[in-house]
Design a protein around this ligand. Structure first.
Ligand code: NAG
Ligand code: NAG
Ligand code: NAG
Ligand code: NAG
Ligand code: NAG
Ligand code: NAG
Ligand code: NAG
Ligand code: NAG
Ligand code: NAG
Ligand code: NAG
Length: 431
């Protein structure tokens, strides 16, 4: 593991003679420097398994080293990124984690400080170095820890990757190595993710990923990529628990408790968002939220989600908790009562109507000697009614036919009026 390869250095000395202006944050506000053309650095790189270490030296004399405080400004930028990392160091080396970057450009310069005043006395020129890593065939690596002990990572295989590769995933946490438990594959049967569960995570210890791309046609070791996370930074919490709602003198009060988490569960670590139907989502740091309301009859639901914000940088929100419905009990009581009254009224109203139609009042009030008599009475009543209807319909029909024939024999122009009058007269009112 400790095999170390010295990569031939790519040394690009900058021969700019003009004074380089350092950003104020790094130059102590001192700009009136002695031109340090004599301060030269030599850079080289040592690559180990999971990172590269950038080294440099200076060509200062013993006198200079004794007289001044020596510091270095290192600046580096991964290929195809815009973010430039800049730092001032006293040591002559820096370990750089490539993760999935294909390489970087780095530059270093020496600064001499007066021991007493900490003013910059002399400053050298940049010395640059460019490091190109072996090809990187995967991208968009993303990992998530959820439900305390489950762990998912996913990645994409770049289009330029050779056809016959396969991707293998291992990780290391608290001195234990884990093989991938369950690979997630794409349509071409390539591994593009890994699902692990029942891993006991320790908040303060990093998870080290080792993703190795092997060419299946040959037995070469393959290319390994490394990345490390602190568990808490990739943790997706479960939704808040025990969410409840209460109504207190014209305000809605929502309570909840934080879900279990890896590492610190101090109150101030959690940031919550509360969503109440139709209202804007609000950020809350307490475990309760209260808001006054003016339309108590409206039914609405409340949901809460959570992430860690203060103690640790984490961008992943939990899912929303199951909705909890808010209803005003007093309104509900009044509504229930009116509903009941309404129902009773409808029932009796319906009963009376039905009774009128089927003359059941008579039936009910009639003495009931035997069940068969009862049925007969019903049938008889119905029969009489039916007969009445029939005779009425026949009468109507006759009158209408008569009216029409009369109309035709009379004046043609009056026909319609006549017909209408007939229809009216034929006792439509009766129906
Ligand atoms: C450091 O190296 C540069 C270039 O090689 C040279 O000009 C300068 O004199 C050297 N400084 C010391 C102190 O050796
Ligand atoms: C990344 O940068 C290198 C040179 O710095 C360039 O050759 C390459 O095409 C770039 N790749 C992408 C994906 O932009
Ligand atoms: C994957 O990463 C590349 C660059 O690293 C980016 O351009 C692309 O949008 C990403 N794709 C997805 C689906 O996130
Ligand atoms: C979360 O983990 C617990 C215990 O490990 C398990 O019983 C439960 O099914 C898990 N829930 C989900 C949604 O995976
Ligand atoms: C993790 O991966 C498993 C297996 O593919 C999947 O069932 C689960 O939904 C994933 N969970 C998350 C939170 O991504
Ligand atoms: C990463 O995984 C590969 C393949 O399993 C292995 O050959 C390599 O030694 C591992 N690297 C480290 C640093 O463990
Ligand atoms: C074996 O793998 C190495 C590294 O990926 C590659 O350079 C070489 O061409 C491969 N050989 C064959 C026969 O595929
Ligand atoms: C959540 O509610 C359950 C049942 O009501 C209770 O047993 C548990 O202690 C509560 N949890 C918290 C953190 O209050
Ligand atoms: C709600 O009632 C409590 C006492 O029960 C009272 O102290 C408080 O001022 C009331 N709040 C409002 C907004 O009326
Ligand atoms: C709530 O917090 C998130 C995360 O810190 C932030 O991005 C967002 O702007 C905040 N929203 C409001 C309304 O303050």
């Amino acid at each position: 593991m400790e095999h170390v390869t010295v990569i031939p250095i790519m040394l690009i000395l900058s021969f700019l003679q003009c004074k380089t202006v350092v950003s104020t944050s790094l130059s102590n506000g001192q700009r009136d420097l002695v031109d340090g053309t004599g301060l030269h650095n030599v850079l080289w790189i040592i690559k180990n398994e999971s990172s590269v270490t950038l080294f440099w030296n200076n060509n200062l004399t013993k006198e200079e080293t004794d007289k001044y405080t020596v510091k270095y400004i290192l600046s580096y930028k991964f290929f195809n990124t815009t973010h430039e990392r800049k730092e001032r160091l006293q040591e002559k080396q820096k370990r750089i984690h490539l993760d999935l970057h294909p390489g970087f450009n780095a530059k270093v310069k020496t600064q001499l400080f007066a021991k007493e005043s900490e003013d910059v006395i002399k400053e050298g020129h940049w010395t640059e170095l460019s490091y190109k890593a072996p090809p990187v065939y995967i991208q968009n690596l993303s990992c998530i820890i959820y439900n305390i002990s489950s762990f998912n990572c996913t990645w994409h295989i770049k289009a330029e990757a050779p056809e016959d590769i396969q991707v293998f995933f291992t990780c290391r946490h608290v001195r234990k190595d884990f093989e991938c438990q369950q690979y997630i594959q794409n349509a071409r049967k390539k591994n593009v993710g890994c699902h692990m569960k029942e891993i006991y995570f320790q908040a303060a210890r990093k998870i080290y990923l080792n993703i190795t791309v092997r060419d299946l046609r040959n037995n070469s070791g393959g290319l390994s990529y490394y990345k490390a996370f602190l568990p808490q930074t990739i943790e997706k919490l479960n939704p808040p628990i025990n969410v409840s709602v209460s109504l207190e003198n014209r305000s809605i009060k929502i309570h909840w408790k934080p879900p279990p988490t890896i590492g610190s569960a101090r109150r101030k670590c959690f940031l919550y968002q509360v969503k109440i139907t139709d209202r804007k989502i609000v950020n809350v740091t307490a475990e309760t939220y209260e808001y006054p309301f003016h339309k108590p009859a409206k039914k609405c639901s409340a949901q809460v989600k959570v992430k860690k914000e203060v103690c640790v940088r984490n961008k992943i929100w939990s899912e929303w908790s199951e909705p909890v419905f808010i209803h005003n009990e007093k309104t509900l009581d009044v509504m229930l009562l009116s509903l009941m009254v309404f129902g009773v009224l409808i029932f009796f109203g319906g009963l009376i109507c039905a009774c009128r139609r089927y003359s059941c009042l008579e039936v009910i009030t009639m003495p009931v000697p035997r069940p068969s008599d009862n049925i007969q009475t019903w049938l008889a009543a119905d029969d009489i009614h039916h007969q009445k209807e029939m005779s009425m319909q026949m009468q109507m029909h006759l009158e209408i036919t008569l009216g029409i024939t009369l109309g035709i024999t009379k004046d043609d122009g009056d026909e319609n009026v006549q017909q209408q009058r007939c229809l009216k007269e034929s006792g439509l009112e009766d129906l």
